[in-house]
Design a protein around this ligand. Structure first.
Ligand SMILES: [Zn+2]
Length: 390
């Protein structure tokens, strides 16, 4: 079983890059997944004395070549931390350790702050406070350029594109949703009505003004009644224009992955995660076709920790020609106090998650996360995987 490990550059800086990478090699781990761009974070590290790293709006963590970029210029965290990237690349190549780029794609509040027109827009007309839209041409140009830039600089083997197919409430900051959002309302709320999405819809002959109106009526009815209604769901699922609008949303993500893969073709592989979002609107069979197209745009599919769609996504990825490899992030979490009881329960048994990933066809396990765990936590867990799965 191939193992990789996620790592933050600021933790490598404190531990010492060479020492950290030698330990990772000694644990039988084949690659390091180093943060290239990241979302807001408050992270407690037990390494080299307790340390807390905070960043409120996300940033880029490698030294970019600014002249390559268009309207969106990389917001670099700091020269000190971004200098860890070339240092890591140098030591990793010397040690025979593969270097992967852990790339947060759309959950980038710093882009949304600098360029509010890039934000995803909920059907209600409210812009997201943290997420940008994969249909936006400037967002696409930025992500393609960023991936190409770092691959060209550092000899990266694999670019992990995290959550490039968004859902409406993914990683909200300090969320407050005290009511249940019924499943069909949730499906509809995943639709984006930013200018880029509207423009693409109009170009296809769709009427986004009408669509937004019927979507909002259905969302409000679902939420006020506290449940989805079969008749209402069927009526909207019968609307060919609305189905086409949902398909455009999925295709936006596919187009972005395709563009990134083309830019780094022959140099680095691409890995993506996926989950079903629009089956209630477009039907499971059609959504599977579109998810298949999405997964086809990449070289590898990643399972999302604890997600109910994992086995389904793995089957879709494994059924492609050629079959896409399956990788699984494994949070090595045993302790209490992660971010709440629900998440603790979901992440409570790393061994069980490893078995579920293996059962789904995973050939790679990505341990999470180097600097957030004690050295012994990683060494013991990696040893157990080597012992149980070879
Ligand atoms: Zn949009």
């Amino acid at each position: 079983m191939r193992m990789t490990i996620y790592a933050y550059p600021w933790d490598l800086a404190r531990v010492g890059v060479e020492r950290a990478l030698k330990q990772i090699c000694a644990d039988g781990i084949s690659a390091i997944d180093l943060t290239a761009s990241y979302h807001p974070i408050d992270a407690l590290s037990p390494r080299e004395g307790v340390s807390i790293f905070t960043n409120a709006r996300g940033a880029v963590y490698f030294p970019p070549r600014d002249e390559r970029y268009g309207r969106i210029k990389p917001h670099v965290h700091s020269p000190e931390i971004s200098a860890i990237w070339p240092e890591t690349a140098r030591h990793a190549h010397a040690l025979g350790l593969d270097l992967n780029a852990w790339t947060i794609t759309l959950f980038q509040p710093w882009i949304r702050d600098a360029h509010p027109d890039c934000a995803r827009v909920f059907p209600s007309g409210n812009p997201s406070g943290s997420g940008v839209c994969p249909a936006n041409d400037d967002v696409r140009e930025f992500l393609v350029t960023m991936c190409e830039d770092m691959v060209d600089q550092f000899g990266i083997k694999l670019v992990r594109l995290e959550n490039i197919m968004p859902v409406f409430d993914f990683d909200w900051l300090r969320p407050r949703t005290l009511i249940t959002v019924p499943p069909f309302a949730r499906t509809l709320m995943n639709l984006c009505f930013c200018n880029a999405c509207i423009t693409k819809a109009v170009a296809k002959g769709l009427d986004p003004v009408r669509l937004r109106e019927i979507v909002n009526t259905a969302i409000n009815s679902d939420i006020s009644e506290g449940c989805s209604n079969d008749h209402r769901t069927a009526a909207l699922a019968d609307d060919a224009e609305l189905r086409a609008y949902a398909e455009l949303a999925m295709r936006s993500s596919t187009e972005l992955v395709t563009a990134i893969a083309a830019a780094i073709k022959g140099k680095a592989r691409v890995s993506i995660n996926a989950a079903a979002s629009y089956a209630m609107l477009i039907g499971t069979a059609r959504e599977d076709e579109l998810l298949g197209e999405f997964l086809s745009a990449a070289d590898q599919a990643e399972l999302i920790p604890g997600h109910p769609d994992n086995a389904h996504v793995a089957a879709l990825a494994g059924g492609l020609a050629p079959p896409r490899e399956i990788s699984a992030m494994i949070p090595v979490v045993r302790a209490t106090g992660l971010t709440g009881p629900a998440l603790q329960a979901r992440l409570a048994a790393p061994e069980a998650r490893v078995q579920a990933a293996v059962d789904a066809g995973a050939t790679e396990l990505s341990l999470y996360n180097f600097g957030l765990l004690r050295e012994s936590d990683i060494s013991e867990f990696a040893a157990s995987i080597r012992r149980d799965f070879g």
